[in-house]
Design a protein around this ligand. Structure first.
Ligand code: NAD
Length: 386
């Protein structure tokens, strides 16, 4: 069967490249962009600097900085109002995955109308969005190159997956200097999100030769560089390597899929506000142990690509080493269990059936090498508790 690979037509890479957005806007024939960012970046003055640069190049430009982490439909609706009020014709997102996903949803609703929940997977998005330049400041989600947006339904408390080619940004600008301000916890969590994208894309039932090559290359880099970026926030080489690898990881999973870790991770974000990368980290070792026998060769390839096992190790030995190394890595990056994170035990166990149902409904677990039952997902949540 033919594979349909979709990546943004423009990818600009390099230190300081975020200020090249005006030239890209001109290339895209846009004259009135809206910068979509969050309060942290607004406080740092970066969106203002970008706005000045855009205005100096003869374009009009507004700023919407009311995005929130794990973006909600309420925040998206406010963004849509700002988009129409300023008569904008393009979006420039600046920040982590949350501002980028917010911009994707703003563009989708500006072009199609309705409510974000109308486009939840598997519903189609009929019309194309306005042009969107995505400028990531975390080395994690890969959202700058994916055809997905993750939006929390404010009314129903559900993290919805929205998918479609029209969500793919028109351009991604990878300026690793924007990621240098990430504190160690955010570095670890977003980096583990990217590692999870690589592993899940590679073992996914939708993996293909194109995504395999990219996923293996990116997981090798992330495995080596993430501890360096975590311990030495000012290490430019590690930051640069992580920024590019996270984008590769995004290309890999956007053109294959994510799987069980992501399916189970989203409900932990919704119910307990665990940051997305951290909930992935809490789940990755246990879910890998659960899945490994159903794709033993593929997980062994991952272990070898990351340098955890060698070519002379048997598949079984490489798989065992991978699981062990993932647990060790969590300890090194100080990943807490849900219990140590401070979640209420009563509430956690109460919502396990609902979290399992939401995980299954997202469709991601169906791409896992071992497709779990609802009961098995519930058991995995219980297993990671302590
Ligand atoms: P985020 O955008 O939610 O940001 C988290 C916090 O970190 C915010 O307070 C932000 O201001 C701060 N921050 C971001 N960059 C910083 C920097 N350089 N320095 C200092 N602080 C910084 O974090 P994220 O992990 O990048 O994004 C998570 C969101 O992305 C979740 O909603 C997740 O579901 C989504 N996601 C989307 C995709 C996709 O393909 N669309 C893939 C994975 C995850």
């Amino acid at each position: 069967m033919a594979v349909d690979i979709q990546i943004p037509p423009i990818i600009k890479i390099g230190a300081g490249s975020f200020l090249e957005a005006p030239a890209i806007l001109t290339r895209l024939n846009c004259t009135r962009p809206l910068i979509v960012t969050d309060a942290f970046f607004a406080g740092q003055g970066l969106p203002g600097k970008l706005q000045n640069q855009i205005v100096q190049s003869g374009l009009e430009c507004g700023i919407f900085s009311d995005t929130v982490p794990d973006p909600t439909t309420d925040a998206v609706d406010a963004g849509v109002r700002a988009f129409f009020k300023g008569n904008h014709d393009a979006l420039v997102s600046l920040g982590g995955g949350s501002p980028i996903d917010t911009a994707k949803a703003i563009g989708m609703l500006a072009a199609n109308g309705g409510h974000a929940r109308d486009y939840k997977v598997p519903n189609p998005i009929p019309r194309a969005s306005p042009p969107h330049i995505a400028i990531p400041a975390t080395a994690g989600t890969g959202s700058e190159v994916t055809r997905f947006a993750v939006i929390t339904d404010s009314a129903r408390n559900e993290k919805m997956l929205i998918a479609g080619a029209s969500l793919l940004p028109s351009a991604a600008v990878l300026d690793y200097e924007l990621s240098m301000s990430m504190p160690p916890r955010l570095t670890a969590d977003t980096g583990t999100d990217a590692l999870t994208h690589c592993i899940e894309a590679y073992v996914s039932r939708k993996a293909n030769g194109f995504t395999d090559t990219i996923a293996l290359a990116a997981m090798k880099t992330i495995w080596a560089e993430l501890p360096r970026a975590y311990r030495e926030p000012g290490n430019r080489a590690a930051r640069e390597a992580m920024m590019q690898a996270a984008t590769f990881a995004g290309i890999a999973f956007s053109n294959a899929s994510v799987a069980l870790v992501h399916g189970m991770s989203r409900p932990l974000g919704v119910f307990f506000h665990v940051p997305h990368g951290l909930s992935n980290a809490m789940l990755l070792p246990a879910v890998t142990a659960f899945s490994v026998d159903s794709a033993a060769d593929r997980y062994a390839d991952c272990a070898r690509a990351m340098g955890i096992a060698t070519g002379s190790d048997s598949t079984k030995a490489a798989d065992a080493r991978l699981i062990e190394a993932l647990f060790e890595r969590n300890a090194e990056l100080e990943v807490p269990s849900p219990k140590k994170y401070g979640i209420s035990e009563k509430r956690f166990f109460e919502v396990i059936p609902t979290m399992a149902a939401q995980a299954l409904a997202s469709g991601s677990p169906q791409n896992n090498p071992r497709v779990p039952t609802a009961g098995e997902i519930e058991e995995l949540y219980r297993e990671i508790w302590k």
